[in-house]
Design a protein. Structure first.
Length: 346
């Protein structure tokens, strides 16, 4: 009998089914049990792989995408990488409008994956013609046979996580999850997962993580977009200066805000305590865990899942670069951050 070769047909078959990993050292003094859903194990190293493949395959089924089509999107980097990866396998062109806040690591990776990249100024209003939202819309109009993914206002973004991430977390915890803590940018991840979990158990608490300089927390609490809340911040893929319709605020119980500096240090701490090399937003989500624990939100019986959206390799020129940290004023003294010196042997 001939032996069968056990291989995947292509990289897209590896999307999803990411591991749930217990956090031990960084949460050792917390009340409860804490687990990270580590999305960096996706082939494109982020949760956005799920969204990219779901939206593109839906577009194929509906006839919106055909041979020679072009995929256009607004991205802080991760969605763009995932779309570029899917486009390579499926044979589409990919054009991406990227915020200048995105790290050069991300921008270089997008270009390496064959995408045409337009870098747009980060600190302009959403309706400014230079914003990455408006640039993507313009490129869509100018490019024949293109589709605009529009993840911030695309229900399929949320659906992708409802059908995959939410189901996985429920099954991986044996239905024992009591709290979900997740960053909110487009809101697709937290909304999709929350919808699934709430349907299984309405008592599960859903806590969104927002940035200072973003409007999401106050909008959730008041129903109003306060322009005075908006100012520049450094965390990528977290918070917004507009209200994405992909965010279902009704399934989110509360929001908590974290600072750029705390989130950066906590990302570094995760690497040094848990051996998990994760991104800036993972640091933000874990910083939220610290603050929530201090507020007494958890008990010894809590089973808390925190979503780690992407991999630390996307931030080598930012949170994992001492020079960048110093430039932001995040490394003030040697006491605050123990940097490992590089020893050159001659």
């Amino acid at each position: 009998m001939e032996n069968k070769i056990n291989a995947y047909n292509n990289v897209l078959e590896l999307v999803g089914n990411t591991p749930l990993i217990k956090l031990n050292k960084i949460t050792s003094k917390f009340s409860g049990n804490f687990y990270a859903k580590v999305e960096g194990f996706n082939p494109g190293h982020s949760s956005k792989d799920r969204v990219a493949i779901h939206i593109i395959e839906q577009a194929e089924r509906s006839g919106l995408l055909t041979k020679g089509s072009t995929i256009i999107e607004t991205t802080s980097g991760n969605t763009g990488f995932s779309l570029a990866m899917v486009s390579i396998i499926k044979g589409y062109d990919c054009i991406l409008a990227v915020s200048s806040k995105s790290s050069m690591d991300k921008i270089d990776m997008l270009r390496s994956m064959g995408a045409k990249v337009y870098v747009c100024p980060a600190h302009v209003s959403a309706d400014d013609p230079r914003s990455y939202y408006e640039v993507a819309k313009r490129l869509h109009k100018e490019t024949e046979g293109s589709i605009y993914i529009n993840q911030y206002f695309n229900q399929l973004n949320t659906d992708a996580h409802y059908h995959t991430t939410g189901k996985e977390i429920w099954e991986q915890t044996g239905g024992q999850i009591t709290h979900l803590v997740a960053c909110s940018g487009t809101g697709g991840t937290i909304s999709g997962v929350a919808k699934y979990l709430k349907e299984k158990n309405p008592a599960v608490k859903i806590i969104g993580v927002d940035a200072y300089g973003s409007v999401l927390k106050k909008y959730h609490e008041t129903g109003k977009l306060d322009q005075d809340e908006i100012y520049p911040y450094r965390i990528e893929g977290l918070g917004k200066n507009l209200i994405p319709t992909a965010t279902n605020f009704d399934v989110i119980d509360e929001f908590i805000k974290v600072t750029d500096e705390d989130s950066a240090h906590t990302a570094r701490e995760i690497a040094k305590t848990e051996g998990l090399f994760v991104g800036y937003t993972s640091g933000a989500a874990t910083q939220a865990l610290k603050q929530l624990n201090e507020q007494g939100k958890f008990t010894k019986n809590s089973n808390v899942v925190v979503i780690y959206p992407d991999h630390g390799s996307r931030y080598m020129s930012k949170v994992y670069c001492d020079k960048w940290m110093e430039d932001q004023g995040f490394l003030k003294t040697e006491v605050e951050e123990e940097s490992q010196e590089i020893q050159f042997i001659k």
